[in-house]
Design a protein. Structure first.
Length: 155
């Protein structure tokens, strides 16, 4: 009976597939909360970018996004359109997933990362790709360029 498909084989294979599909992904990325304005489409694009890299994103929509930034202590000159919290860090704006993954693996004592403004072609943004900096910011006024990017690619 080699090669013959039986009802028992089909049932066992189906049961095994259901068990595997119902388990949480072993490669699930970190859990993240994103605060965004409900009318902002580019924020949704950035969230989709992160989800394709395995981030588990919870979205909180608010019309009071500036109050969220102030409460979390995001420096005013680093503000962008959305603010995220992940693993005790603040992520401001269109930070590429690759930069965020690297940053989280380093377990830095910084407060977070920011891509100020809304650079064209950054993850979640449409338009021509322009070069932009990802800024690492510290507990005081400490700042440094964490990486220079064009689109999702570090240059």
């Amino acid at each position: 009976m080699v090669g013959q498909v039986t009802r028992r084989t089909v049932l066992l294979t189906s049961a095994a597939a259901l068990v595997l599909l119902s388990r949480p992904s072993l490669s699930a990325g970190p859990a993240m909360t994103v605060h965004k304005d409900p009318d902002c489409g580019c924020c949704s694009g950035w969230i989709a970018h992160l989800e394709t890299r395995g981030f588990q994103v919870k979205v909180i929509e608010t019309r009071e996004i500036n109050r969220v930034k102030a409460r979390l202590g995001v420096p005013f000159d680093l503000w962008a359109c959305h603010t995220a919290e992940v693993a005790g860090y603040i992520i401001e704006g269109h930070v590429p997933a690759a930069a965020l993954e690297k940053f989280l693996n380093e377990k830095s004592d910084a407060r977070g990362l920011s891509v100020p403004g809304m650079p064209s072609g950054s993850p979640g943004m449409t338009g021509e790709y322009e070069e932009y900096d990802v800024i690492l910011f510290g507990k005081k006024d400490e700042r440094s360029v964490y990486g220079r990017y064009k689109g999702e690619t570090q240059i």
